[in-house]
Design a protein around this ligand. Structure first.
Ligand SMILES: Nc1ncnc2c1ncn2[C@@H]1O[C@H](COP(=O)(O)OP(=O)(O)OP(=O)(O)O)[C@@H](O)[C@H]1O
Ligand SMILES: [Mg+2]
Length: 246
């Protein structure tokens, strides 16, 4: 199991300063979220934790060891869901297991079980274009979860979904996470989504991104989106994002 530490990280792409001395730590088993304006470096942070990008300064570590390359214990779900259109749902979900060299029988068993869990039982042989948007997103979540990662990195996973599917998916994600001890880092533009799901919310500044506020959301689950604590937290985040001016 892993504690992730973004240790005073700066990141530049050429002359563009994207992250500036960003520092935070996600404890093992924690559900953390990052909210921040477009272009502030959120996906870049996630890609560094996934081992797809390296810091210009500082260090990103997992349980004290620098992350230098991708590792199956940390799985990233991309901002645009990335199912292979030429593979069926089953082939997409079992792809990582196949790469890991798992036997066909075991792969099939794990894949079927995970598809059942995300409500896609019976859709094994469908191709992505034959699914609804929400089903596609569930398939890509199944593809990540079937790897049984210790760390789940989610980049705007529900951004493209309609409001109803979104709420259903948020509840499914919580159900799948609770009691697993997995560490989750969710990036979202949706403030309510962050408050509904996360234990800790990091609010980032515009580029160059920095953590401007760390909010511990100790509201007991299931959280009431219309509750007073929820509203208070929403207001606080909006203030930090400078969204309260008219
Ligand atoms: N590989 C790259 N090469 C050059 N610039 C990059 C690269 N990746 C990201 N950037 C730049 O870094 C900045 C931050 O990008 P990033 O994708 O991290 O933003 P974000 O916070 O995820 O934004 P959004 O909310 O719109 O997804 C952007 O200005 C982008 O142009
Ligand atoms: Mg992004």
């Amino acid at each position: 199991m892993q504690t992730i530490h973004i240790d005073n990280v700066s990141k530049r792409f050429g002359s563009l300063e994207v992250l500036k001395q960003t520092d935070f730590r996600i404890e093992q088993g924690e559900f953390a979220a990052i909210v921040g304006p477009s272009g502030c470096g959120k996906s870049t942070v996630l890609r560094m934790i996934a081992g797809l990008e390296t810091p210009s300064e500082g260090e990103v570590t997992a349980s004290g060891k620098p992350i230098q390359e991708p590792d199956p214990s940390r799985v990233l779900i991309f901002q645009e869901h990335a199912l292979y259109p030429w593979r069926t749902v089953e082939q997409n979900v079992s792809f990582g297991l196949e790469l890991a060299g798992m036997s066909k029988r075991e792969r099939k068993q794990k894949t079927d079980m995970m598809l059942e869990k995300v409500g896609l039982g019976g859709f094994q042989s469908y191709y992505p274009h034959q699914l609804s948007g929400g089903m596609r997103q569930r398939a890509s979540i199944a593809r990540a979860l079937v790897m049984d990662p210790e760390v789940l990195l989610l980049d705007e996973p529900f951004g493209a979904l309609d409001a109803i599917t979104k709420i259903t998916m948020q509840n499914e994600l919580l159900r799948l996470w609770e009691g697993t001890g997995k560490t989750v880092l969710l990036i979202t533009h949706d403030i309510d989504e962050a408050i509904y799901l996360a234990d800790t919310i990091y609010v980032m500044s515009p580029r160059p991104g920095q953590i401007v506020e760390t909010i511990r959301t100790a509201i007991p689950r299931p959280r009431n989106r219309n509750g007073a604590e929820f509203a208070e937290m929403r207001e606080r985040i909006m203030q930090h994002l400078d969204l309260t001016k008219h």
